[in-house]
Design a binder for this molecule. Structure first.
Ligand code: SF4
Ligand code: SF4
Length: 510
């Protein structure tokens, strides 16, 4: 019998004759056992259709995966996707020749269906994560003193000044390293030094930074402009502010009830336009709520990590955050409430804990916030106020469990600042601790703010169909949180290789 005959049987043109696994010959005179007696698939119309749909779905999904991987310049994933399609087609081809393979195919289909079914079964939520920042507290938490953070020490403690002497008398062990880092320059040392300071990009950094500086210099509206606060239902006010923040350019927005532990105890990072008299001042306010906003760092520009385009992107987002937060803070004060914008070089609180309590994302191994839509590719800003608002609930995206097995950020960090091991307790908090000093030293060496950990994180992949599906699985299935980090490492590899960013941010010397 020709293959075309087999196919015709499979398509059901002679189903009565073929359904009993004995195919009658054309003259119908004898029942001869057909050599394809076990042709389970091709001789049954329904089975054939199921197999056909399954194959098309597999090839379609693999094709989409290859296409997306090509857009994301994931060369290893492209190879694996193409290999998968080739292997699958070869397998289907064998189907026409051997009943053994047909049985195996049925087994393979069942395993695939079962695997997907298991992955979509919802499991128990992580109750600690759903408590927000309170879920990480295991002991007494002392409020953080902003004078201790690396940015404040580097940018405000000028040799010979009163603050300099005061600080290093208290912490002499920090002096030598800080002096060395200070000698390299500000936030990112000599901007763009890794790329021989390409003028076009250095000027883009300066353009964005200067806009952010101007906004921060003029954005300390803490005193209500009117005596009588306007009356608004908290829910109505919350919804209006959230929609407005998005309209102004925020990509994510949430509201947190303020936990005092995340408000700095004393001021330490003083914007150049503000008075150094504020250095060391106690921060005492009666703010009750924080409107937290996140803006997305462009995925394609971040491909250049750790090169200069990343710094242009950071500064673009700092200036966006400064704009949105200062507009909203002004609205609060115009409406008779106290408020203060927290953004680029002016902070009264820690941003990541506020964002967690505002339901925007979760803590991660790299110490940054990981959000559902953009992973770690965000910059944060906030407005603290005493206007009554409705707080959001913390979210569980599966990051805690995923990070246990993933470790991509730690493997790729050029300064080895991200821990490979377990969480540790510091200041009453159980979490992975980023070594911010060595990370900041690295920025000073390369003249950019690196961003490798942000872009390599699987949660940071573009917010498109396949990645959205994976994140949906991670949100509901404990098994997915355990299995997918290993699969991700296998398909995408564990370490970062810089990719080609858009041509308009070309950083390579001409
Ligand atoms: S920004 Fe770079 S140096 Fe800093 S922790 Fe991330 S990968 Fe490491
Ligand atoms: S790269 Fe992996 S380990 Fe690091 S934060 Fe992202 S998910 Fe967690």
């Amino acid at each position: 019998m020709l293959h075309s005959d087999i196919l015709i049987g499979g398509l059901g043109l002679d189903t009565k004759k073929t359904s009993n696994l004995n195919i009658k010959t054309k003259d119908n005179s004898r029942n001869i056992p057909h050599p394809m007696t076990f042709n389970l698939i091709l001789n049954h119309q329904a089975t054939f259709v199921v197999v056909l749909v399954f194959n098309l779905a597999m090839i379609g999904a693999a094709g989409l995966f290859v296409y997306e991987s090509w857009r994301e310049q994931e060369s290893r994933a492209i190879k694996i996707g193409l290999l998968g399609i080739a292997a699958h087609n070869f397998f289907v081809f064998l189907l026409f020749y051997s009943h053994v393979f047909q049985l195996f195919l049925i087994f393979y289909m069942l395993v695939c269906v079962l695997f997907v079914a298991i992955l979509v079964i919802p499991g128990r939520k992580n109750s600690a994560v759903l408590k927000g920042t309170a879920g990480y507290v295991v002991g007494e938490v002392l409020r953080f003193d902003e004078r201790d953070i690396v940015f404040a020490r580097n940018e405000n403690l000028v040799s010979g000044s009163e603050q300099y002497s005061q600080y290093y008398e208290k912490y002499p062990e920090r002096k030598e390293r800080d002096d060395k880092r200070r000698a390299k320059g500000g936030h990112a040392g000599k901007v763009g030094s890794i790329d021989k300071c390409p003028p076009m990009l250095v000027n883009m950094v300066a353009g964005n930074a200067s806009a952010a500086h101007t906004l921060v210099a003029n954005s300390l509206p803490q005193i209500p402009e009117r005596q009588e606060p306007i009356e608004m239902e908290p829910l109505q006010a919350t919804e209006a502010i959230k929609r407005w923040a998005i309209h102004l350019g925020a990509d994510l927005v949430g509201v947190a009830r303020i936990d005092e532990r995340w408000i700095y105890s004393r001021k330490g990072h003083i914007h150049a336009s503000h008075s150094m008299d504020n250095w060391g001042q106690e921060i005492k306010r009666n703010f009750t709520h924080a409107v937290v906003i996140a803006t997305e760092m462009d995925h394609d520009v971040m491909y250049a990590a750790p090169h200069t385009p990343v710094l242009t992107e950071s500064m673009r987002n700092y200036s966006k955050g400064a704009f949105i937060s200062s507009v909203i803070a002004n609205w609060f004060t115009q409406s008779g409430y106290e408020a203060v914008a927290n953004s680029f070089k002016y902070y009264e609180s820690l941003m990541v804990p506020l964002a967690i309590d505002a339901g925007i994302g979760q803590f991660s191994r790299m110490g940054y916030l990981v959000t559902e839509k953009f992973g770690a590719r965000v910059r944060l800003a906030a407005v603290l106020t005493n206007m009554p608002l409705v707080a959001d609930k913390p979210v569980d995206l599966g990051v805690d469990e995923f990070c246990q097995a993933c470790k991509k950020c730690a493997e790729s960090c050029p300064s080895r600042s991200i821990p490979m091991g377990d969480k540790t307790v510091k200041n009453g908090l159980l979490r992975w601790m980023l070594d911010d000093q060595s990370c900041y030293d690295y920025w000073g060496r390369v003249g950019s703010d690196c961003g490798v950990c942000m872009i390599i994180c699987p949660y940071s992949r573009p917010n498109r169909s396949l990645h959205r599906l994976v994140k949906w699985l991670l949100k509901r299935s404990p098994l997915a949180r355990k299995l997918l980090p290993h699969l991700d490492n296998l398909v995408y590899g564990k370490t970062w290789k810089t990719r080609r960013p858009p041509a308009w941010v070309n950083y390579k010397p001409q």
